[in-house]
Design a protein around this ligand. Structure first.
Ligand code: CO
Length: 163
């Protein structure tokens, strides 16, 4: 079943998600629905809060497969940052240049409950950071500089026919 993706400014997107204590059948079924939803939307990542479930689960297109990461955490971030364009399924048609650490190390559980640790860089490191942010109620617009925010506000007003 494809789930409905919650769009900004719905306040659910601002909520903090809770850790998964047990990976039961209900969770496994939900993960399958998240994967279907991400694939149908042609997304590269989806966080549970984006479909209204406040649990720490993300699904990501990883090496051409859809993979799930439960209770993901960032262990290390590089000092070096880079700017890349990002989109978000909760913000249709909005693409923004966002600065983030270039390399990260993450820890998560797979669907069998085994702990995995991975070092990531470039685009995939970015996707993980974006999705883990969602679990903490943080959206990509929160990473904009003040002048980028100003430009975005003008653009949104223009699109709404206000200026
Ligand atoms: Co997003």
């Amino acid at each position: 079943m494809v789930l409905n993706i919650i769009k900004y400014p719905n306040q659910i997107l601002r909520k903090k998600c809770e850790k998964i204590k047990e990976i039961n059948e209900e969770i496994k079924k939900f993960v399958q629905e998240m994967v279907e939803t991400m694939e149908t939307s042609n997304g590269v990542g989806l966080a549970a809060s984006q479909v209204g479930i406040l649990k720490r689960i993300i699904v990501i297109k990883f090496e051409n497969n859809s993979k799930v990461f439960i209770n993901p955490e960032i262990l290390k971030k590089s000092k070096e940052k880079e700017i890349m364009e990002e989109g978000c399924l909760s913000f249709p048609n909005l693409f923004l240049k966002i600065k983030r650490p270039k390399e990260i190390e993450i820890r998560a559980l797979n669907l069998s409950g085994q702990e995995i640790k991975i070092k990531l860089e470039g685009l995939i490191a970015r996707i993980f950071q974006h999705e883990i942010d969602h679990l903490n109620g943080i959206l990509f617009i929160n990473h904009l500089s003040w002048w980028q925010k100003l430009k975005l506000k003008k653009k949104l007003k223009k699109n709404a026919g206000l200026v």
